[in-house]
Design a protein around this ligand. Structure first.
Ligand SMILES: [Zn+2]
Length: 270
């Protein structure tokens, strides 16, 4: 009887132990699972936080960059508006007609178009030149980009036909017919005037009565001879004793008095 009791007690103790052990094992397994899950989750959260921080700092950099770009664009726009308002917009081989430039035009004689701010001044100048006994003829005024392109391509063809090497022709052409996008005629503020008695666009045009009169009087009407003799290194364009640019009377007088090219004169205003 005692043996049976002892055996039963032993069996019960063993069962209890086994039960306890299996509970412990289950608990320990779950604990490990939790710990693994926690560290994985933690790593995930840490990575997300890092990414968010990187995103925020990148956004700060982007915002700062954007602010700078916007300030520059605003500055350029203001400058464009100011210079456009003041008729001082510089267009030459190194300064293209601004992309958003809109020429507001008026028709003058023979259907030529010109910036409406100088249409009256142009006709006053041409008429005064006639009253002085001369025969001025407007031969070019406002040009569209497409028309400038046509003129430029024609010039290249003529040069090649006359013996200029095809690979040199575009550059040579650009000295007398501006590369499209860089012609003052696209602004509507430039006009070519020749003498009916001598219609060639070459340096001898300067000796005609029309040019003599215009060179002496154009500033009274707000025009300057834009490409004077010996200034092509600065203007990028050959001597053109027929191309007049409207800048307004006060600027025309100031440019004339300074003896500078328009490019140099603008630099004195910087
Ligand atoms: Zn011209």
């Amino acid at each position: 009887m005692r043996i049976v009791l002892a055996a039963a007690a032993g069996l019960a103790a063993m069962l209890l132990f086994l039960l306890g052990f299996s509970f412990y094992q289950a608990w320990a397994q779950e604990k490990t699972l939790y710990e693994t899950a926690d560290s994985a989750l933690f790593a995930q959260l840490a990575q997300a936080a890092d990414e968010m921080a990187a995103e925020i700092s990148q956004k700060r950099v982007d915002d700062a960059q954007k602010a700078v770009e916007e300030a520059i664009a605003r500055g350029l726009q203001t400058r464009l508006e100011k210079y456009s308002d003041e008729l001082l917009l510089l267009v030459n081989p190194w300064n293209e007609v601004p992309e958003n430039y809109v020429a507001l035009l008026s028709t003058v004689e023979d259907g030529y178009l010109i910036d409406r701010r100088c249409a009256d001044a142009l006709m006053a100048m041409v008429n005064a030149c006639r009253e002085a006994g001369n025969l001025p003829v407007i031969c070019s005024a406002y040009r569209t980009h497409e028309y400038q392109e046509e003129l430029y391509q024609n010039k290249i063809k003529r040069l090649v036909a006359a013996g200029t090497a095809p690979w040199d022709a575009p550059q040579v052409a650009a000295r007398s017919v501006a590369i499209p996008g860089t012609s003052e005629h696209q602004l509507g503020l430039a006009v070519d005037i020749i003498d009916e008695n001598y219609v060639n666009l070459d340096q001898y045009q300067q000796y005609t009565n029309v040019q003599k009169w215009l060179m002496a009087n154009c500033s009274d009407y707000g025009f300057i001879l834009r490409y004077p003799n010996g200034s092509s290194d600065i203007t990028g364009i050959i001597f053109e004793p027929w191309h007049y640019r409207y800048v307004g009377v006060s600027t025309a007088k100031a440019v004339e008095a300074s003896g500078l090219t328009f490019e140099e004169y603008l630099q004195t205003l910087e």
